[in-house]
Design a binder for this molecule. Sequence first.
Ligand SMILES: [Zn+2]
Length: 122
Amino acid sequence: MHEVSIAHSIIQTVLDEKKKNNWAGIRAIGLKIGALSGILPDALAFGFDALKKDTPLESCHLEIEETPVVARCRACAHRFEVEELTFTCPRCASTSLDVEQGQEMLIAYMEVDEIKDTTHDP
Ligand SMILES: [Zn+2]
């Protein structure tokens, strides 16, 4: 399943960052998923919750924000949100558009416990 492999790579990326920065823990990961990315947020959240078990991210919460598709018209430069995947400029009806947003999947932020406090380690 597509979303499980994405969830896996998110976990890998975050664990690499955690190690690199010596973070004590990660409380939340904020993801932005474009409406055109082809990623199903529910399936991704499900995959993440399944994969995080027995990792340092077990108590980490995934927050997913779906970002709308934004396009710019090549004819009149009008920038607009594409609704219901109708790729037509609402101002001049041109179908010659550049998609500026909506295909991406990115980690927007992480809520981390920054300093590792070794005095509380067992
Ligand atoms: Zn236009």
